[in-house]
Ligand binder design. Sequence first.
Ligand code: SF4
Length: 441
Amino acid sequence: MHRTFFIETFGCQMNKGDSDLMRLSLEKAGFIEANTSEEAEICLFNTCSVRQHAEDRAVSRIESTKYGKGGRKKIVVIAGCAAQRIGDDIVKSGRADIAVGPYQSPMIGEIVKDYIENGFKCRSLFVSQNTEDFQERLNEGLINSREENPWHKWVTITHGCENFCTYCIVPYVRGKLISFPSERIIQFIKDLAAQGIMEITLLGQNVNQYGQDSGDIPFYKLLEKTAQVEGLEKINFLTSHPMDFSTEIVRVMADHPNISRGIHLPLQSGSDSVLKRMNRKYTMKSYMDIIEAINRTLPDYAISTDLIVGFPGETEDQFNETLDAVKKIRYDEAFMYAYSPRKGTPSFKLEEKLSRNEKIDRLNRLISLQREISLEKLKSRIDKTENAIAERISKKSSEEISGKTSLNHPVVFRGDAGDLGRVIPLRITEVRGSTLFGEKI
Ligand code: SF4
């Protein structure tokens, strides 16, 4: 009987959460986690399909894993978004033994056990996402998932997405929106707080659409109920969509200081024409309305975004509109990408006029503008008072503690193990790279 397993995770936070569910399910089925893929008898690859490069990297890892040291055959499992897209082919060609989609994560232990005991030759499994069983097990995983930061938990509130942004593969591999029942979510969060968890992140592809599929309470009410859970010092939410980001969310944030002041609001492009081709369903005007509502309501906050340059048909003027938006909004941080066509998405069929080099040139111009702004904004924190959750002893010095401020900036300060898991008021003294340094008040 194969007993040891190793999970290699690619891609986003949702995948990391699914890997936690897989680990839990495998351990429940009697398997033991190995330290490396070389040692493991069962290798699971939780793949990402968002970019061709990510998918190719996962497939190449799968192809090189089939045999361990001494030529011993391993059981190889392809899971996650790429499995949903190409898993069947990978299994049929003999490169993997089992393919499962993202919605089998909580059952993977039984699937692997069944495979071993019944000696199936190969197996591809993609069941419906909307099963009671799935929700039940997902919820179990919420409580038990492991994290690097012992005071924090990710709490998945929705799965799937039906927004169909034209560059994005997610709706095709993760399926329709499902919101987990709010009563269950709040109960889990209460249980987490009772276990000493201080910070949570509500997670979904578009959290602002929470409840739209099920008729449950809207997102801002879920956020409000979460903020009222006793013992929670900080609540984050990811990812927001400007189409659904209502002013009620801003009001709830203003009413509850334990909701993080670090807001992530993906803009993608500053050009209405490009936004339309991306099928983003908002305009620069409606995006700016949200920014103005935040400015009016929250005295201090940090804002981050995602930006894509070189989308098919993006002219120099349209790219300049993105630069203008960045100058106007002054993001604290931005995740910036040059567009790369993704097979299986509608924009794959759009004609590209820019060469790779031209896209990279635009990306570099955007990055250098954003770097300047990020640094100026970080420096503007000097001499301010910030509350930070002390997360861990710094890797660089046993006398330093690292954590994050309520605006989600990484921060380091002199302290000791007694600070861990507490909210520490700090005066910011310095910026090094993208980290703030402070001293206890
Ligand atoms: S909102 Fe758009 S970018 Fe985000 S997951 Fe859905 S389709 Fe993809």
